[in-house]
Design a protein around this ligand. Structure first.
Ligand code: CA
Length: 222
């Protein structure tokens, strides 16, 4: 795959932020920088990142609060927390808040890069099952198994659409974003509605919610 991995860096120390940015760029990542917790939260909720590096001591919203709020909103991006607080209880706080990894400052820059890479690899090898209220989708076999045990095999595009909605259940997706991520950007936007219709016909109208004027998000089986 030639597409760049996307990393979010949230760090208010501009020297360190600049260094991390240029280092990860040189390692082939596409980098977005947030200088405070508010911005980090916004980017984390709206952007699709493969991994995030989050400073714990951020202005506006504390790093661990950013982390908790991302997890509460269904964001599953692997996150490495950087912190000057490096005792065992500090690490436990970070992991309990939903971090995959925790690195105390000062850290070795090569170790940071290695850990970021490890997190992206781990995420890529995640079990291909995604749950949604009322059932689960196995993305390898494209099979939906409802909680009553009934199984339905989806087409490739139906599966890709449901997977995206189910992996980020709090996010409202515009048609153009769905078009870009699931279909070919050159397709007619109406194709999104067609596939939403297919999924609703198979699983009921409430599986996918229409957010008027915005787009679609995951609902629940009725
Ligand atoms: Ca800081």
């Amino acid at each position: 795959m030639s597409e760049k991995l996307r990393v979010l860096i949230a760090e208010d120390d501009s020297r360190l932020a600049g260094m991390l940015e240029s280092l990860l760029r040189s390692e082939g990542f596409s980098v977005e920088l947030a200088r405070d917790g508010q911005r980090a939260l916004h980017l984390g909720l709206t952007g699709a990142f493969d991994v995030a590096v989050l400073d714990r001591g951020l202005p506006a919203v504390d790093g661990l609060d950013v982390l908790r709020r991302l997890r509460e909103n269904g964001v599953t991006t692997p996150i490495l927390v950087l912190s000057a607080l490096g005792t065992a209880p500090d690490r436990v706080d970070g992991l309990n808040a939903g971090a995959e990894d925790y690195l105390a400052k000062p850290f070795d820059i090569d170790e940071l890069v290695a850990r970021v890479r490890a997190l992206t690899r781990r995420a890529a090898s995640v079990v291909p099952t995604v749950r949604f209220p009322g059932g689960r989708l196995d993305t390898d076999s494209r099979t939906v198994t409802l909680d009553d045990g009934s199984k339905t095999v989806l087409s490739e595009r139906e599966s890709a659409l449901l997977e995206l909605l189910a992996r980020r259940p709090a996010q409202v997706f515009s048609r153009s974003l769905l078009l870009e991520e699931v279909f070919a950007a050159a397709d007619d936007p109406g194709v999104v509605d067609t596939y939403v219709h297919h999924l609703r016909r198979k699983f009921g109208r409430t599986l996918i919610e229409t957010v008027r004027g915005v787009g679609y998000r995951l609902g629940a089986l009725s």
